[in-house]
Ligand binder design. Structure first.
Ligand code: NAD
Length: 264
C-alpha cells in the first residue's frame, strides 16, 4: 500500500527540523504519493526546512508567519497561483513565551495570553478559512493538540487554554465546512522531544513519567503520529470529522500512576 494520497496536493505548516511532528507527518504523506508544499517561519528555519523539503520532493516552499494575517493570505495566494486547488492542510504550529510555561497559570500576562492564542489557536481558523477557499472537491484539515487542553499538566499553563480553544475550533470548523465535504480533525499527541516541547519547563520529567505510566509503557514517535495523520487526511477516514484523536500510547485513559510508580 503506497498510493493512499496519490493525486492529492497538500500544505504542511510547522516543520522546524527533522524532529518536528510536522516532518513525521510529511514523510508518511509523501511515502503515500502526496504532493507537498511546506511553509517555514523566517529565513533561519527556511535553511533547515529546504533540504528536508528536497528529500521528499516537495514542490513548494513558502515563508509564513501566522502572527501576520498578510503572510497567511500571501501563502494561500501562492498556492492558488501554483496549484489552483488544495486537497489537505496540516497545521502543526504552537508558541508561547517559555518564561510563562512554568510557575502558576494565574501569572500569565495579557500580552502573552493574546500572542499564544493568536499563534497557537486562531491561526488554525485563519488557515482553515483560506484553505477551504481552495478546496473545490472536499478536503481534509488537521491540527495538533495536547491533553493539557482538558486536564491540568504541570507548566503547560496558557498553552493548555489555547489548546482547549483549538480543539473547540476543530468542532466548529468541522461543522462549518462539513456540508462541502471538508473534514476537520485534530491529533492529541503524547509528549515528543521537539523544539516546541523543550520550551515547557521540566518537559523531561513529564516525558519520562508518561513513558513509565502510559498503557504501552512508552511515548510515541513522529512516525506513529504521521501514520495516524495519514488516516485522518486520507479517504480511509472519510466518515470522520470534528474528532480529537489521541496518539499518546493510551496515557489519556489512565487515572492513576502504575503500582510500580507508586512504590518507587
Ligand atoms: P516544533 O518546534 O518542531 O514545531 C513548532 C512549529 O511552530 C515550528 O515549525 C515553528 O516554526 C512554528 N511556529 C511557531 N510560531 C509560528 C509563527 N508565528 N508562524 C509560523 N509558524 C510558527 O515542535 P512540535 O512539537 O513538532 O510542534 C508542532 C505542534 O504539535 C504544536 O502545535 C505543538 O503544540 C503540538 N504538540 C506537540 C507535542 C510535543 O510534545 N512536542 C505534543 C502534542 C502536541
Amino acid at each position: 500500500m503506497d498510493s493512499l494520497m496519490k493525486g492529492k496536493r497538500g500544505l504542511v505548516m510547522g516543520v522546524a527540523n527533522d524532529h518536528s511532528i510536522a516532518w513525521g507527518i510529511a514523510r508518511q504523506l509523501a511515502a503515500q504519493g502526496a504532493e507537498l508544499a511546506f511553509t517555514y517561519q523566517g529565513e533561519a528555519f527556511g535553511r533547515r526546512v529546504k533540504p528536508l523539503a528536497e528529500q521528499i520532493g516537495a514542490s513548494l516552499l513558502i515563508p509564513c508567519d501566522v502572527e501576520d494575517s498578510a503572510s497567511v493570505t500571501a501563502t494561500f495566494d501562492t498556492l492558488k497561483d501554483e496549484w489552483g486547488g488544495l486537497d489537505f492542510v496540516v497545521h502543526a504550529i504552537g508558541f508561547s513565551d517559555k518564561n510563562e510555561l512554568k510557575g502558576l497559570y494565574a501569572d500569565t500576562t495579557r500580552d502573552n495570553f493574546v500572542r499564544t492564542m493568536v499563534i497557537s489557536c486562531y491561526s488554525f481558523t485563519e488557515v482553515a478559512r483560506n484553505a477551504a477557499a481552495l478546496m473545490n472537491e472536499g478536503g481534509a484539515m488537521l491540527t495538533l493538540t495536547y491533553a493539557g487542553s482538558v486536564r491540568v499538566m504541570p507548566n503547560y499553563n496558557v498553552m493548555g487554554v489555547a489548546k482547549a480553544g483549538l480543539e473547540a475550533s476543530v468542532r466548529y470548523l468541522a461543522n462549518d465546512y462539513g456540508p462541502r465535504g471538508i473534514r476537520v480533525n485534530g491529533i492529541s499527541a503524547g509528549p515528543v522531544r521537539t523544539l516546541a516541547g523543550a520550551g515547557i519547563s521540566d518537559a523531561r520529567y513529564m516525558f519520562n513519567y508518561q513513558s513509565r505510566n502510559a498503557p504501552l509503557r512508552r511515548t510515541v514517535n513522529i512516525d506513529e503520529i504521521g501514520n495516524s495523520a495519514l488516516y485522518l487526511l486520507s479517504d480511509l477516514s472519510s466518515g470522520v470529522t470534528g474528532e480529537i484523536h489521541y496518539v499518546d500510547s493510551g496515557y489519556n485513559i489512565v487515572s492513576m500512576p502504575t503500582l510500580d510508580e507508586l512504590k518507587r
